[in-house]
Write a protein of this length. Structure first.
Length: 338
């Protein structure tokens, strides 16, 4: 019996059977049990040694996740796995800390696993030609761009949002609600990363609206720890900093900011409005629901694999895809009341 027989028996796709057998969390418990029961009834035994041999020889791509604990990446990874399987490719993944070296890891994995290509999910924004050459296989930057590096655009692919433009849009939503004292909650203003790009969008939105930039309203966390964001916002409120809204560069920081606002005796959005960018699942369950610009995570993962596989199969050259966000109205943005 083959995996196709199990799929036909269950009336589902081969990819669903594969994900159920491999314990993927996006398969329901009922479906997993149905597949396992069918596999037992048909006496199907996965040929793991043959699969591993095939994956080591060809048609395997790597996914390097820098900052693997970031909940933003989970739906992207699932979409990558599904898309790769549909295109006939296996995936080998590695999780790194936010301080990990994704270039070195990609180069090592490409060599030891004989990968056809690599997707870098999260990473630096300043790659050089030497970085690209060290990987040795085609690669795609997913969720970010090489904005601050000198790597020629025709030597790699990328899929991301336009961070500056989307930050501009988020800040303008606050301005349209009457806010002029808008704090920016971010990691740093000059880290050559997502934080800097979204800060640039914040500054541009204020400038175009004729609102002077007040550096005292730039709340730096020096990282993406929710505890740091919480302390930064709590301190700002307790010290009497004059602001009516917060633009947060990430949902996680915004959630921490809302907790800080609540703990100081204030409310959202009556006392402070909050808006962010990302659209992670947990931000749907804040009270009130976080108003945020949702990135198309599933599409991002699908596009990253498509871009890579199309290059590997000679169907296209390297491309750079920019996706749009969709604003979730939520309940954390209200009119300025002072």
């Amino acid at each position: 019996m083959t995996i196709k027989d199990v799929a036909a028996y269950c009336g589902v796709s081969v990819s669903t059977v594969s994900r159920a057998l491999n314990g993927h969390p996006d398969v329901s418990e009922d479906m997993r049990n149905k597949v396992l029961d069918a596999a037992r009834a048909l006496r199907y035994v996965p040929n793991r040694s043959a699969r591993d041999l095939a994956m080591n020889q060809s048609d395997t791509i790597g996914v390097i996740v820098r900052g693997g604990t970031n909940p933003f990446y989970t739906p992207i990874e699932h979409a990558m796995e599904h898309t790769a399987e549909l295109r006939g490719y296996g995936i080998v993944s590695r999780q790194l800390s936010s301080a990990g070296d994704e270039i070195a890891e990609a180069a090592e994995l490409a060599r030891t696993k004989r990968l056809k290509g690599v997707v870098l999910l999260g990473g630096r924004f300043d790659y050089s030609t030497d970085d690209a050459q060290s990987i040795g296989v085609p690669f795609v930057c997913c969720s970010y761009t090489n904005h601050f590096g000198d790597l020629p655009k025709d030597t790699y692919s990328s899929v991301s949002i336009n961070d500056k433009a989307e930050a501009y849009k988020a800040v303008h939503a606050l301005i349209d609600a009457g806010h002029t004292r808008i704090a920016c909650l971010l990691s740093a203003t000059d880290d050559q990363s997502i934080s800097q790009l979204r800060y640039d969008g914040y500054c541009q939105a204020l400038e175009d609206a004729g609102i002077p930039l007040d550096l005292s309203l730039v709340l730096k966390t020096n990282g993406f720890l929710m505890s740091s964001a919480y302390e930064s916002v709590k301190e700002a409120i307790e010290e009497g900093l004059d602001f009516t809204a917060i633009f947060s560069i990430a949902d996680t920081l915004a959630i921490a900011a809302m907790k800080a606002i609540f703990d100081t005796g204030a409310t959202v959005p009556d006392d402070y409005s909050v808006i962010a960018i990302d659209g992670i699942e947990m931000s749907q369950y804040t009270v009130p629901t976080l108003t945020t610009l949702c990135q198309p995570q599933e599409t991002m993962g699908q596009e990253a694999v498509r871009l890579l596989v199309d290059v590997l199969e000679g169907k296209s050259q390297n491309e750079h895809v920019r996706l749009k966000t969709t604003q979730r109205s939520g309940g954390t943005v209200g009119p300025a009341r002072r």
